[in-house]
Design a protein around this ligand. Sequence first.
Ligand code: HH2
Length: 280
Amino acid sequence: MLRCGRFELSLNRPLVMGVVNVTPDSFSDGGQHQNAEAAIAHAFALVDEGADILDIGGESTRPGAQQISVQTEWKRIAPVLEALLAAGVPVSVDTRHAEVMRLALALGVDMINDVQGFRDPESIGAVAGTQAALCVMHMRGEPATMQQAPVYRDVVAEVRSFLAARLAELRGRGIARDQLLVDPGIGFGKTLEDNLRLLRETRSLAELGAPVLVGVSRKSMIGQLTGRDLAGRLAGSLAGALAAVARGAAIVRVHDVAATRDALTVWHAVAQEAFTAVDS
Ligand code: HH2
C-alpha cells in the first residue's frame, strides 16, 4: 500500500502515472499543453485512458534545460492542479523547488515527485508532516549539465546507496515508510549502458523497501536503441515499461497511458504470480 495524500493505493498490480507537462520546452510533449485549459483536458483524457496517478510538471528537466523562476513555474501549474483535484485520482507535482512543494501541498495535492530526491533541506521542511507520497529520484548533477560525460564506478551501487541515504534522512524527519517511493532516474546523468544496467537491476532497488517508480517513456534511450524519433517511440517505450515492471517496478511514468495500460493488463494477467512489487 502506498499512502498518497487523500488516497491509499494498492500495489498488487502495476500502476500507471500519466505525464502532464505544462511547459513550452519539455522534450517529448513540450508546447502542446502550454495553456492551462489544454493541460486540464489532456489530464482528464489520461484519466479516461486509465491513469492511476497524474504527474503535473511546470519546469522541464530535460538534458540541457534552463531553470525558470518559482513564480513562473507556479503560475503555469496552479490552475491545472486546482482543476485536477476533482479528477478522482491522486495528483502528483513534478518539482524540485521547496516553495512550489509548499504551495501545491497547501492546495491539496497528493504526491511530490522531486527529481533531486529532496536533497534541498528546505524541500524536506516543505513535505514533512504531510500525508503526501514522495518520489525520491536519483539525478547526477543538474539538468543543465547532467549529460556531460557521466561516469560511475558502479552505477547500480551508487544509485542504490544514494536512494538508501535519502530514504534514511526522510524517515529520520518523521516521514512514514508507506509514503516513500524511489526512482533510478532513467536518463538523468546516465549513459545508455547505465540506464540499461539500472533497469536490469530494478529488483535491487525494490529491496530498499520502497516501491520503485520508473520513467522510460519516449526517452532518448528508446531512440538510441531503436533509431526512432519521438513520434516513433511508443513500441519501445511499452517494452521498456514491461521490462521494468517484470523486474519489480511498481509504477511506470508514461505519456501514452491507454497503450501502457493495455500492455500491462495483458502482461499482468500472464505474470500475476510473478509480480512481486513491494506491497506492505
Ligand atoms: N522523467 C522526467 C521528468 N520527471 N520524474 C520521475 N520520478 N522519473 C522520471 O523518470 C522523470 C521524472 C523527464 O520526462 P518528461 O516529463 O517527459 O520531460 P520534461 O522533464 O522535459 O518535462
